[in-house]
Design a protein around this ligand. Structure first.
Ligand code: NAI
Ligand code: NA
Length: 395
Protein backbone atom coordinates (compact mmCIF):
# COMPACT_ATOMS: atom_id res chain seq x y z
CA UNK A 1 0.00 0.00 0.00
CA UNK A 2 0.92 3.70 -0.21
CA UNK A 3 1.07 5.17 3.29
CA UNK A 4 0.60 8.88 3.93
CA UNK A 5 0.76 10.80 7.19
CA UNK A 6 -2.61 11.28 8.86
CA UNK A 7 -2.37 13.62 11.83
CA UNK A 8 -4.80 14.37 14.57
CA UNK A 9 -3.59 17.07 16.97
CA UNK A 10 -0.21 16.09 18.36
CA UNK A 11 -0.27 12.56 17.06
CA UNK A 12 0.13 10.92 13.71
CA UNK A 13 -2.16 7.95 13.13
CA UNK A 14 -0.08 6.31 10.42
CA UNK A 15 3.56 5.39 10.10
CA UNK A 16 5.84 4.33 7.28
CA UNK A 17 7.87 1.12 7.58
CA UNK A 18 10.56 2.11 5.09
CA UNK A 19 10.99 5.57 6.62
CA UNK A 20 11.24 4.06 10.10
CA UNK A 21 13.80 1.57 8.81
CA UNK A 22 15.83 4.38 7.24
CA UNK A 23 15.84 6.27 10.56
CA UNK A 24 17.13 3.20 12.34
CA UNK A 25 19.82 2.55 9.71
CA UNK A 26 20.95 6.18 9.98
CA UNK A 27 21.30 5.81 13.74
CA UNK A 28 23.21 2.55 13.34
CA UNK A 29 25.62 4.26 10.91
CA UNK A 30 26.18 7.08 13.37
CA UNK A 31 27.12 4.67 16.15
CA UNK A 32 29.32 2.54 13.89
CA UNK A 33 31.45 5.61 13.31
CA UNK A 34 31.41 6.51 17.03
CA UNK A 35 31.94 3.18 18.85
CA UNK A 36 31.97 2.94 22.65
CA UNK A 37 35.15 1.68 24.30
CA UNK A 38 34.42 -0.66 27.24
CA UNK A 39 30.69 -0.29 26.68
CA UNK A 40 27.96 -2.61 27.94
CA UNK A 41 27.69 -6.25 26.80
CA UNK A 42 24.28 -7.52 27.90
CA UNK A 43 21.58 -4.90 28.05
CA UNK A 44 17.88 -4.70 28.85
CA UNK A 45 16.17 -1.59 27.46
CA UNK A 46 12.71 -0.83 28.86
CA UNK A 47 11.02 1.55 26.41
CA UNK A 48 13.29 0.41 23.56
CA UNK A 49 11.25 1.19 20.47
CA UNK A 50 11.36 4.97 20.01
CA UNK A 51 13.12 8.12 21.20
CA UNK A 52 15.90 7.87 23.76
CA UNK A 53 15.28 4.18 24.46
CA UNK A 54 15.71 3.13 20.82
CA UNK A 55 18.87 5.25 20.63
CA UNK A 56 20.12 3.50 23.78
CA UNK A 57 19.49 0.08 22.27
CA UNK A 58 21.30 1.02 19.06
CA UNK A 59 24.22 2.58 20.96
CA UNK A 60 24.58 -0.58 23.07
CA UNK A 61 24.34 -3.00 20.15
CA UNK A 62 26.44 -1.13 17.61
CA UNK A 63 28.73 0.75 20.03
CA UNK A 64 30.02 -2.28 21.90
CA UNK A 65 28.42 -5.37 20.30
CA UNK A 66 25.95 -5.77 23.14
CA UNK A 67 23.21 -8.37 23.20
CA UNK A 68 19.96 -6.47 23.74
CA UNK A 69 16.51 -7.32 24.97
CA UNK A 70 13.96 -4.60 24.24
CA UNK A 71 10.66 -4.14 26.03
CA UNK A 72 8.04 -1.81 24.57
CA UNK A 73 4.32 -1.33 24.01
CA UNK A 74 3.56 -1.01 20.31
CA UNK A 75 0.66 -1.66 17.99
CA UNK A 76 1.29 -4.40 15.41
CA UNK A 77 0.10 -3.87 11.83
CA UNK A 78 -3.12 -5.32 10.47
CA UNK A 79 -3.97 -5.70 6.78
CA UNK A 80 -4.33 -2.18 5.40
CA UNK A 81 -3.44 -0.50 8.69
CA UNK A 82 0.13 0.37 9.54
CA UNK A 83 1.73 -0.48 12.86
CA UNK A 84 2.83 2.18 15.33
CA UNK A 85 6.30 3.51 14.48
CA UNK A 86 8.03 1.76 17.39
CA UNK A 87 6.93 -1.53 15.87
CA UNK A 88 8.61 -0.75 12.54
CA UNK A 89 11.68 0.68 14.31
CA UNK A 90 12.08 -2.53 16.29
CA UNK A 91 11.54 -4.70 13.23
CA UNK A 92 14.22 -2.79 11.34
CA UNK A 93 16.64 -2.82 14.24
CA UNK A 94 16.32 -6.55 14.85
CA UNK A 95 16.52 -7.51 11.19
CA UNK A 96 19.75 -5.55 10.84
CA UNK A 97 21.15 -6.74 14.19
CA UNK A 98 20.54 -10.37 13.26
CA UNK A 99 22.21 -9.82 9.89
CA UNK A 100 25.19 -8.42 11.74
CA UNK A 101 25.35 -11.37 14.13
CA UNK A 102 24.03 -9.52 17.18
CA UNK A 103 21.64 -11.06 19.69
CA UNK A 104 18.39 -9.03 19.80
CA UNK A 105 15.01 -10.10 21.10
CA UNK A 106 11.92 -8.16 22.12
CA UNK A 107 8.88 -8.31 24.32
CA UNK A 108 5.81 -6.27 23.37
CA UNK A 109 3.48 -5.56 26.29
CA UNK A 110 2.85 -3.50 29.38
CA UNK A 111 6.19 -3.06 31.18
CA UNK A 112 4.32 -2.00 34.34
CA UNK A 113 2.73 -5.44 34.66
CA UNK A 114 4.03 -8.44 36.63
CA UNK A 115 3.50 -10.68 33.59
CA UNK A 116 5.81 -8.75 31.28
CA UNK A 117 8.43 -8.47 34.04
CA UNK A 118 8.31 -12.24 34.61
CA UNK A 119 8.50 -12.96 30.87
CA UNK A 120 11.51 -10.65 30.53
CA UNK A 121 13.26 -12.24 33.50
CA UNK A 122 12.77 -15.71 32.01
CA UNK A 123 14.24 -14.56 28.69
CA UNK A 124 17.27 -13.11 30.47
CA UNK A 125 17.77 -16.34 32.43
CA UNK A 126 17.37 -18.53 29.35
CA UNK A 127 19.47 -16.49 26.93
CA UNK A 128 21.81 -14.08 28.66
CA UNK A 129 22.44 -15.30 32.20
CA UNK A 130 23.46 -12.02 33.75
CA UNK A 131 23.05 -8.51 32.37
CA UNK A 132 25.31 -5.52 33.04
CA UNK A 133 22.98 -2.65 32.10
CA UNK A 134 19.30 -1.71 32.29
CA UNK A 135 18.10 1.42 30.49
CA UNK A 136 14.76 2.66 31.77
CA UNK A 137 13.17 4.91 29.12
CA UNK A 138 9.41 4.63 29.49
CA UNK A 139 7.13 7.54 28.68
CA UNK A 140 3.50 6.74 29.30
CA UNK A 141 0.38 8.70 30.20
CA UNK A 142 -1.08 5.83 32.28
CA UNK A 143 -0.02 2.99 34.58
CA UNK A 144 -2.01 0.16 36.04
CA UNK A 145 -0.43 -0.74 39.36
CA UNK A 146 0.56 -4.41 39.23
CA UNK A 147 -0.33 -5.16 42.86
CA UNK A 148 -3.55 -3.17 43.39
CA UNK A 149 -4.88 -3.00 39.82
CA UNK A 150 -5.45 0.73 40.31
CA UNK A 151 -5.13 2.73 37.08
CA UNK A 152 -3.25 6.02 37.39
CA UNK A 153 -3.27 8.84 34.86
CA UNK A 154 -0.47 11.38 34.72
CA UNK A 155 -1.22 15.03 34.02
CA UNK A 156 0.92 17.91 32.73
CA UNK A 157 -0.20 20.76 34.92
CA UNK A 158 1.26 23.54 37.02
CA UNK A 159 1.00 23.34 40.80
CA UNK A 160 -0.76 26.09 42.75
CA UNK A 161 -1.27 28.74 40.08
CA UNK A 162 -2.60 28.99 36.56
CA UNK A 163 0.24 29.05 34.03
CA UNK A 164 -0.09 31.40 31.09
CA UNK A 165 2.43 31.59 28.27
CA UNK A 166 2.81 31.27 24.52
CA UNK A 167 2.80 28.06 22.59
CA UNK A 168 2.81 27.12 18.92
CA UNK A 169 0.63 24.76 16.95
CA UNK A 170 3.44 23.38 14.84
CA UNK A 171 1.09 22.22 12.07
CA UNK A 172 -0.24 25.72 11.40
CA UNK A 173 2.61 27.79 12.84
CA UNK A 174 0.13 29.84 14.87
CA UNK A 175 1.64 31.23 18.07
CA UNK A 176 -0.88 31.96 20.75
CA UNK A 177 -1.25 32.32 24.46
CA UNK A 178 -2.58 29.40 26.45
CA UNK A 179 -3.51 29.06 30.09
CA UNK A 180 -3.27 25.82 32.01
CA UNK A 181 -5.25 25.49 35.21
CA UNK A 182 -3.36 24.19 38.25
CA UNK A 183 -3.62 20.55 39.19
CA UNK A 184 -6.12 19.38 41.77
CA UNK A 185 -7.07 16.35 43.82
CA UNK A 186 -4.66 13.45 43.45
CA UNK A 187 -3.04 14.78 40.25
CA UNK A 188 0.45 15.03 41.79
CA UNK A 189 0.39 11.56 43.35
CA UNK A 190 -1.07 10.02 40.22
CA UNK A 191 1.59 11.58 38.02
CA UNK A 192 4.30 10.32 40.40
CA UNK A 193 2.72 6.85 40.25
CA UNK A 194 3.03 6.82 36.45
CA UNK A 195 6.28 8.65 35.74
CA UNK A 196 8.12 8.42 39.08
CA UNK A 197 10.59 5.73 40.08
CA UNK A 198 8.41 3.02 41.63
CA UNK A 199 8.25 0.84 38.55
CA UNK A 200 11.98 1.27 37.81
CA UNK A 201 12.74 0.07 41.36
CA UNK A 202 10.36 -2.87 40.94
CA UNK A 203 12.24 -4.01 37.84
CA UNK A 204 15.62 -3.75 39.53
CA UNK A 205 14.39 -5.44 42.72
CA UNK A 206 13.05 -8.35 40.70
CA UNK A 207 16.21 -8.74 38.61
CA UNK A 208 18.40 -8.43 41.70
CA UNK A 209 16.47 -11.01 43.69
CA UNK A 210 16.71 -13.42 40.73
CA UNK A 211 20.49 -12.85 40.71
CA UNK A 212 20.69 -11.83 37.04
CA UNK A 213 22.63 -8.59 37.61
CA UNK A 214 26.38 -8.83 37.14
CA UNK A 215 29.09 -7.24 39.31
CA UNK A 216 29.41 -3.47 38.57
CA UNK A 217 25.92 -3.47 37.03
CA UNK A 218 24.54 -0.06 35.99
CA UNK A 219 21.02 1.19 35.42
CA UNK A 220 20.04 4.57 33.96
CA UNK A 221 16.70 6.39 33.72
CA UNK A 222 16.10 9.63 31.83
CA UNK A 223 15.00 12.95 33.23
CA UNK A 224 14.52 16.53 32.10
CA UNK A 225 14.96 19.94 33.72
CA UNK A 226 14.66 22.67 31.09
CA UNK A 227 14.58 26.47 31.27
CA UNK A 228 12.75 28.85 33.58
CA UNK A 229 10.30 29.49 30.71
CA UNK A 230 8.77 26.04 31.04
CA UNK A 231 9.46 25.57 34.74
CA UNK A 232 5.92 26.16 36.02
CA UNK A 233 4.43 23.59 33.68
CA UNK A 234 7.35 21.15 33.57
CA UNK A 235 9.96 20.94 36.31
CA UNK A 236 7.89 22.64 39.00
CA UNK A 237 4.67 21.10 37.75
CA UNK A 238 3.19 17.65 38.25
CA UNK A 239 5.64 15.95 35.86
CA UNK A 240 8.55 17.59 37.69
CA UNK A 241 7.38 15.98 40.92
CA UNK A 242 7.51 12.63 39.17
CA UNK A 243 11.03 13.40 37.92
CA UNK A 244 12.06 14.38 41.49
CA UNK A 245 10.81 10.97 42.59
CA UNK A 246 12.61 9.21 39.74
CA UNK A 247 15.85 10.99 40.62
CA UNK A 248 15.54 10.06 44.31
CA UNK A 249 14.91 6.44 43.28
CA UNK A 250 18.36 6.30 41.64
CA UNK A 251 19.95 6.62 45.08
CA UNK A 252 17.68 3.95 46.55
CA UNK A 253 18.66 1.63 43.74
CA UNK A 254 22.35 2.26 44.31
CA UNK A 255 21.84 1.48 48.01
CA UNK A 256 20.10 -1.77 47.17
CA UNK A 257 22.95 -2.90 44.89
CA UNK A 258 25.90 -2.32 47.24
CA UNK A 259 26.92 -6.00 47.41
CA UNK A 260 27.45 -6.17 43.63
CA UNK A 261 28.83 -2.63 43.39
CA UNK A 262 25.83 -1.74 41.25
CA UNK A 263 24.77 1.83 40.48
CA UNK A 264 21.53 3.60 39.64
CA UNK A 265 21.82 6.87 37.72
CA UNK A 266 19.59 9.47 36.23
CA UNK A 267 20.75 11.21 33.09
CA UNK A 268 19.20 14.60 32.38
CA UNK A 269 18.78 14.80 28.62
CA UNK A 270 18.12 17.58 26.14
CA UNK A 271 14.65 18.65 24.96
CA UNK A 272 13.89 16.81 21.72
CA UNK A 273 10.90 16.15 19.54
CA UNK A 274 9.47 12.75 20.50
CA UNK A 275 5.95 11.43 20.77
CA UNK A 276 6.13 12.16 24.49
CA UNK A 277 7.33 15.78 24.26
CA UNK A 278 5.11 16.95 21.39
CA UNK A 279 2.11 16.58 23.70
CA UNK A 280 3.45 19.01 26.32
CA UNK A 281 2.15 22.59 25.93
CA UNK A 282 4.74 25.36 25.46
CA UNK A 283 7.53 22.83 24.81
CA UNK A 284 7.08 22.88 20.99
CA UNK A 285 7.65 26.66 20.87
CA UNK A 286 10.65 26.35 23.17
CA UNK A 287 12.09 23.52 21.06
CA UNK A 288 11.61 25.48 17.80
CA UNK A 289 13.67 28.35 19.21
CA UNK A 290 16.20 26.08 20.92
CA UNK A 291 16.84 24.12 17.70
CA UNK A 292 17.47 27.34 15.81
CA UNK A 293 20.00 28.59 18.36
CA UNK A 294 21.75 25.24 18.85
CA UNK A 295 21.99 24.57 15.10
CA UNK A 296 23.49 28.03 14.57
CA UNK A 297 26.07 27.26 17.26
CA UNK A 298 26.77 23.85 15.69
CA UNK A 299 25.81 21.98 18.88
CA UNK A 300 22.41 20.54 17.95
CA UNK A 301 21.94 16.86 18.81
CA UNK A 302 19.20 14.29 18.24
CA UNK A 303 18.49 11.25 20.41
CA UNK A 304 21.34 9.19 18.95
CA UNK A 305 23.95 11.94 19.38
CA UNK A 306 22.74 12.49 22.96
CA UNK A 307 22.99 8.83 23.92
CA UNK A 308 26.31 8.32 22.13
CA UNK A 309 27.71 11.20 24.19
CA UNK A 310 26.10 9.80 27.35
CA UNK A 311 27.88 6.45 26.83
CA UNK A 312 31.20 7.73 25.48
CA UNK A 313 31.71 10.81 27.61
CA UNK A 314 29.87 9.94 30.82
CA UNK A 315 28.79 6.35 31.59
CA UNK A 316 31.81 4.54 30.15
CA UNK A 317 34.31 7.36 30.59
CA UNK A 318 36.55 8.12 33.56
CA UNK A 319 34.38 10.85 34.99
CA UNK A 320 30.57 10.90 35.09
CA UNK A 321 30.67 14.69 35.73
CA UNK A 322 27.73 14.44 38.13
CA UNK A 323 25.99 17.66 39.16
CA UNK A 324 25.38 18.72 42.77
CA UNK A 325 22.32 16.46 42.96
CA UNK A 326 24.26 13.46 41.70
CA UNK A 327 22.78 13.50 38.19
CA UNK A 328 24.47 12.93 34.85
CA UNK A 329 23.97 15.94 32.58
CA UNK A 330 23.89 15.67 28.81
CA UNK A 331 21.57 18.67 28.71
CA UNK A 332 24.70 20.72 29.40
CA UNK A 333 24.77 22.32 25.94
CA UNK A 334 21.04 23.14 26.00
CA UNK A 335 21.46 24.76 29.41
CA UNK A 336 24.58 26.83 28.58
CA UNK A 337 24.03 30.44 29.68
CA UNK A 338 24.64 31.87 26.20
CA UNK A 339 22.17 29.43 24.60
CA UNK A 340 19.46 30.10 27.17
CA UNK A 341 19.96 33.89 26.96
CA UNK A 342 19.45 33.75 23.18
CA UNK A 343 16.35 31.56 23.44
CA UNK A 344 14.86 33.94 26.02
CA UNK A 345 15.48 36.92 23.73
CA UNK A 346 13.79 35.14 20.81
CA UNK A 347 10.91 34.02 23.02
CA UNK A 348 9.97 37.65 23.64
CA UNK A 349 9.79 38.29 19.88
CA UNK A 350 8.06 35.07 18.86
CA UNK A 351 4.76 35.58 17.02
CA UNK A 352 3.02 33.74 14.23
CA UNK A 353 4.66 36.21 11.82
CA UNK A 354 8.22 36.10 13.21
CA UNK A 355 8.55 32.43 14.14
CA UNK A 356 9.35 31.08 10.65
CA UNK A 357 12.43 33.34 10.65
CA UNK A 358 13.56 33.41 14.25
CA UNK A 359 12.70 29.79 15.06
CA UNK A 360 13.25 26.41 13.48
CA UNK A 361 9.65 25.46 12.90
CA UNK A 362 10.65 23.47 9.81
CA UNK A 363 13.15 21.51 11.86
CA UNK A 364 10.47 20.81 14.42
CA UNK A 365 8.00 19.62 11.79
CA UNK A 366 10.57 17.48 10.02
CA UNK A 367 11.53 15.82 13.28
CA UNK A 368 7.87 15.25 14.13
CA UNK A 369 7.10 13.58 10.81
CA UNK A 370 10.38 11.65 10.98
CA UNK A 371 9.16 10.05 14.21
CA UNK A 372 6.56 8.29 12.12
CA UNK A 373 8.87 7.50 9.22
CA UNK A 374 7.69 10.39 7.02
CA UNK A 375 9.76 13.11 5.28
CA UNK A 376 12.86 10.94 5.64
CA UNK A 377 15.60 11.68 3.11
CA UNK A 378 16.11 9.01 0.49
CA UNK A 379 12.75 7.30 0.91
CA UNK A 380 10.44 6.95 -2.08
CA UNK A 381 6.97 7.55 -0.67
CA UNK A 382 5.26 6.84 -3.99
CA UNK A 383 6.42 3.25 -3.86
CA UNK A 384 4.13 0.49 -2.65
CA UNK A 385 5.15 -0.87 0.75
CA UNK A 386 4.15 -3.94 2.70
CA UNK A 387 2.70 -2.81 6.02
CA UNK A 388 2.75 -6.36 7.43
CA UNK A 389 6.31 -6.26 8.76
CA UNK A 390 7.28 -8.73 11.49
CA UNK A 391 9.75 -8.19 14.33
CA UNK A 392 12.17 -11.08 13.89
CA UNK A 393 13.13 -11.49 17.54
CA UNK A 394 9.69 -10.90 19.05
CA UNK A 395 8.96 -13.40 21.84
P1 NAI B 1 9.03 7.98 23.60
O1 NAI B 1 7.58 8.23 23.60
O2 NAI B 1 9.79 8.15 22.33
O3 NAI B 1 9.36 6.49 24.13
C1 NAI B 1 8.58 5.85 25.08
C2 NAI B 1 8.87 4.36 25.08
O4 NAI B 1 8.14 3.75 26.16
C3 NAI B 1 8.45 3.60 23.82
O5 NAI B 1 9.41 2.59 23.54
C4 NAI B 1 7.13 2.96 24.22
O6 NAI B 1 6.80 1.77 23.50
C5 NAI B 1 7.43 2.64 25.66
N1 NAI B 1 6.24 2.45 26.50
C6 NAI B 1 5.28 3.35 26.84
N2 NAI B 1 4.39 2.79 27.68
C7 NAI B 1 4.79 1.51 27.88
C8 NAI B 1 4.29 0.43 28.65
N3 NAI B 1 3.20 0.54 29.40
N4 NAI B 1 4.96 -0.75 28.59
C9 NAI B 1 6.07 -0.90 27.83
N5 NAI B 1 6.59 0.10 27.10
C10 NAI B 1 5.96 1.28 27.12
O7 NAI B 1 9.62 8.92 24.73
P2 NAI B 1 11.03 9.59 25.03
O8 NAI B 1 10.91 11.04 24.78
O9 NAI B 1 12.15 8.83 24.44
O10 NAI B 1 11.05 9.45 26.62
C11 NAI B 1 11.82 8.50 27.32
C12 NAI B 1 12.27 9.11 28.64
O11 NAI B 1 13.13 10.22 28.36
C13 NAI B 1 11.11 9.66 29.49
O12 NAI B 1 11.38 9.41 30.85
C14 NAI B 1 11.19 11.15 29.22
O13 NAI B 1 10.66 11.93 30.27
C15 NAI B 1 12.69 11.33 29.12
N6 NAI B 1 13.13 12.58 28.48
C16 NAI B 1 12.55 13.03 27.32
C17 NAI B 1 12.96 14.23 26.77
C18 NAI B 1 12.35 14.75 25.51
O14 NAI B 1 12.51 15.93 25.21
N7 NAI B 1 11.69 13.94 24.72
C19 NAI B 1 14.03 15.06 27.39
C20 NAI B 1 14.63 14.44 28.56
C21 NAI B 1 14.16 13.26 29.09
NA1 NA C 1 12.35 5.79 24.78
Amino acid sequence: MIIEPRTRGFICLTSHPVGCEQNVLNQIDYIKSNPVANGPKKVLVIGASTGFGLASRITSAYGSNASTIGVFFEKPPTEGRPASPGWYNSAAFEAQAHKDGLYAKSINGDAFSNEIKAQTLKLIQDDLGKIDMVIYSLASPVRTHPDTGERFKSVLKPIGETFTNNTVDFHTGVVKEISIEPCSGDDIDNTIAVMGGEDWKMWIDLLKSADVLSEDFKTVAYSYIGPSLTEAVYRKGTIGRAKDHLEATAFEITDSLKDINGKGYVSVNKALVTQASSAIPVIPLYISLLYKVMKEEGIHEGCIEQIERLFNERLYAEDLQLDEQGRIRVDDWEMRDDIQAKVLELWKEATTETLPNIGDLDGYKTDFFNLFGFNVDGVDYDKDVNEMVAIPGLQ
